[in-house]
Structure formats: structure tokens, C-alpha cells
Design a protein around this ligand. Structure first.
Ligand code: UFG
Length: 338
């Protein structure tokens, strides 16, 4: 298939590009580089030995999107593009709603106009909100999100469900990611946050590298085995493979499916710190601090549906996640700007 990746220069998208190409697909990238760098695409080309058609454009720009669909015979789209920082979304709700909803709507309208009806969407476990119980299953009722970023994911899910319901020739897969970490084992592509990292693993790698003095552990009074928050960390390459399988599934089915991509195993913040220190032989100094607003005790997937529908399951270990994240950090101390 020829697959368009919106937000194709981002962390999960670059890894997905590599896996799609190694599975025999062709890819086209559109990215406005608001939170990514063209260098990431260049590195994917280097890893795959392929020239990848890529466009610097905003998915909200209908004319630019029409041009891409006119210049390429696109079979399916993976919609990664979107603003994704939880805290920023609380401070700038209108920017998040405008950007994330507008881009999803423009993309769907462009796809419909060009007769492309296979879509895989980057959703998030954030749509489960504050869960009553774990593991989280796709059929559980979502009571509401804790921030505008989460609401945009929730709303786009609803929009896409409506699109697939109205026209049964659409095939939509909503992938609910848990906590993607790690990097490609080459050390050439990885996570490259702007400024101070929001997420745990990039913060740990910067502390281990001496770029930040210590990790702030956000609370140790959660209802978990050691009091720190428990999450379902998934290696980004496993997650990327899930997209390859979701595209194959979309090609053979119609309708709309929600699918969790997680390992089904939860680790606490301190489990992560200890594993990182042990695997990489480095120290990660930390300080216990107050809870971060909106955080939940524990969040991990029931990944059975992904196994059943896609034949997918996570294969990489916590050790792989820690080792590959550290390799990326050591080889690229300043991310893609080295
Ligand atoms: N944490 C710290 N210190 C930090 C950063 C994080 O203690 O500096 C803790 C958090 O409190 C939490 C855990 O590490 O217990 C994971 O936090 P992350 O910020 O890495 O991830 P979240 O689970 O909060 O959020 C992630 C993504 C969201 C997505 C959500 C889905 O960032 O985009 O998973 O559940 F919506």
C-alpha cells in the first residue's frame, strides 16, 4: 500500500515509517515541523535506503492536502499529526481544539473527496480518563478526560466513528496508545521533545546524562505497590508494528474498531528508575515531590483485542526500552540538532 503519514516526522511516526517500509509499503509524509525536524525524515531515509516523498504543510491547509492526494495514489492514511502536551493544552485550550479538530476534519474531507477511506488514528489511553478499574478494555465507558488534549482525542474518535457509521465503505482503526518509550535500536531516531520533557522516560535520560539535576517523582502516595504512579510503557518499535498490522486490518475490513496498544503490564515510576539504572549502569537521582494534577494511580491496557483482531502483541522488554532510550540519548545528546 501507499500510506500517507500526517505528522510523519514525529516520534511514533518515524518509527512507523521504518516498519511500514520494511513490511513492503510505500510512504508519503506531511508535517508542518511545529514539533519535529526535517532531519528526522532524513534519518528514516538513511535507515531504509529510500527516498521518501515529504511535504512541509499543515494538515488544516485543504489546498496543500488536495495537492498531496492528487500527486500520489494514496491507499490509506495514518493520522499522527496533532498537538500533544497535556499541560500546554490546559493553558492553551483553544489552540488545541482548533488545531487538533480542524486537522482531523480537513483530513477526512480531503480523503472523502479523493475516494480514500482507510484511516488509522493515533488515539490515546487518555480517553479513558480516571478509570474505575484496570486493565482498561476498549468497551469500557469513558467518563471524561482530565484535560483539553485528551478531549481532542476523545472528540476525534467520536467524529471518526460517525464517519464510518454514515458511510460503511470507510475503514477506521482508532489506536489507543499507552506510554510509548524507547527508540529505534540503531540509535538514529528517537524522541526529541522541545525544551523540558513532560514525560517520564525522556526526563530520566536527560537526568542520567547530567543535563538535568534530578527527576521529580510526582507523588508517592498513590494506591500502587510502591506509592508511585503505574503506567503501561510500550516500546515505540512494538507500537510502530501495531500500525503496520492496523493498516493490513483496515484493508480487509470496513467499519470502525477501537484497539488498545499496550503491553498489559504496569510499572511504577520507581520501577522505571531502578530498571534504567540497572540496565544502563548509570545513576538517576530523584526527589519525591507533590502529585501532578490530573495524574491517576494506575493505567494499563488489556491488550487482548489487538491480539485477536490484529494478531499483534508487544514483544520488547522493559530492558529493551531502557537500553534503547539510553542509546538514543548518548548518540544524540542534543536530539536531531547535533
Ligand atoms: N512522572 C514523574 N516525573 C516526571 C514525569 C512523569 O514522576 O517528570 C510520572 C507521572 O506522574 C506518571 C508517570 O511518570 O505517574 C508517567 O508520566 P508521563 O508524563 O510519562 O505519562 P502520562 O501517563 O502522564 O501521559 C502519557 C502521555 C499522554 C497520554 C497518556 C495516556 O503523555 O499523552 O500517557 O495515558 F495521554
Amino acid at each position: 500500500m501507499n500510506i500517507l503519514l500526517t505528522g510523519g516526522a514525529g516520534f511514533i511516526a518515524t518509527h512507523t515509517c521504518v516498519e511500514l517500509i520494511s513490511a513492503g509499503h510505500d510512504v508519503v509524509i506531511v508535517d508542518n515541523y511545529v514539533n519535529s525536524q526535517p532531519e528526522a525524515v532524513r534519518r528514516v531515509e538513511e535507515l531504509t535506503g529510500r527516498t521518501i516523498p515529504h511535504y512541509e504543510a499543515d494538515v488544516c491547509d485543504r489546498a496543500a492536502m488536495d495537492r498531496i492526494f492528487s500527486e500520489h495514489a494514496i491507499d490509506a492514511v495514518i493520522h499522527f499529526a496533532g498537538l500533544k502536551a497535556v499541560g500546554e493544552s490546559v493553558a492553551q485550550p483553544l489552540r488545541y481544539y482548533r488545531n487538533n479538530l480542524d486537522s482531523a476534519l480537513t483530513l477526512c474531507e480531503t480523503m472523502a473527496a479523493h475516494g480514500v477511506k482507510r484511516l488509522v488514528f493515533s488515539s490515546s489511553a487518555t480517553v479513558y480518563g480516571v478509570p474505575d478499574e484496570v486493565p482498561l478494555r476498549e468497551d469500557m465507558f469513558c467518563k471524561g478526560c482530565t484535560n483539553p488534549y485528551g478531549w481532542t482525542k476523545y472528540m476525534i474518535e467520536k467524529i471518526l466513528m460517525g464517519v464510518a457509521q454514515a458511510d460503511p465503505s470507510w475503514s477506521v482503526v482508532l489506536l489507543r496508545y499507552f506510554n510509548p518509550v524507547g527508540a529505534h535500536e540503531s540509535g538514529r531516531i528517537g524522541e526529541n521533545p522541545n525544551g523540558l520533557p513532560n514525560n517520564l522516560m525522556p526526563f530520566i535520560t536527560k537526568v542520567a546524562a547530567g543535563q538535568l539535576p534530578h527527576l521529580n517523582v510526582f507523588g508517592d502516595d498513590y494506591n500502587t505497590h510502591d506509592g508511585t504512579g503505574v503506567r503501561d510503557y510500550i516500546h515505540v518499535v512494538d507500537l510502530a508494528r501495531g500500525h503496520v498490522d492496523a493498516c493490513a486490518y483496515a484493508a480487509g475490513h470496513s467499519g470502525c474498531e477501537i484497539i488498545n496498544l499496550g503491553t498489559g503490564v504496569g510499572y511504577s515510576v520507581l520501577d522505571m528508575v531502578q530498571a534504567f539504572e540497572r540496565v544502563n549502569g548509570v545513576k538517576v537521582p530523584y526527589v519525591i515531590g507533590p502529585r501532578r494534577p490530573g495524574d491517576v494511580d494506575a493505567c494499563f491496557a488489556d491488550p487482548a483485542k489487538a491480539k485477536r483482531l490484529l494478531g499483534w502483541e508487544a514483544k520488547k522488554t522493559l530492558e529493551d526500552m531502557c537500553r534503547d532510550a539510553w542509546r538514543w540519548q548518548c548518540m544524540n545528546p542534543n536530539g536531531y540538532t547535533t
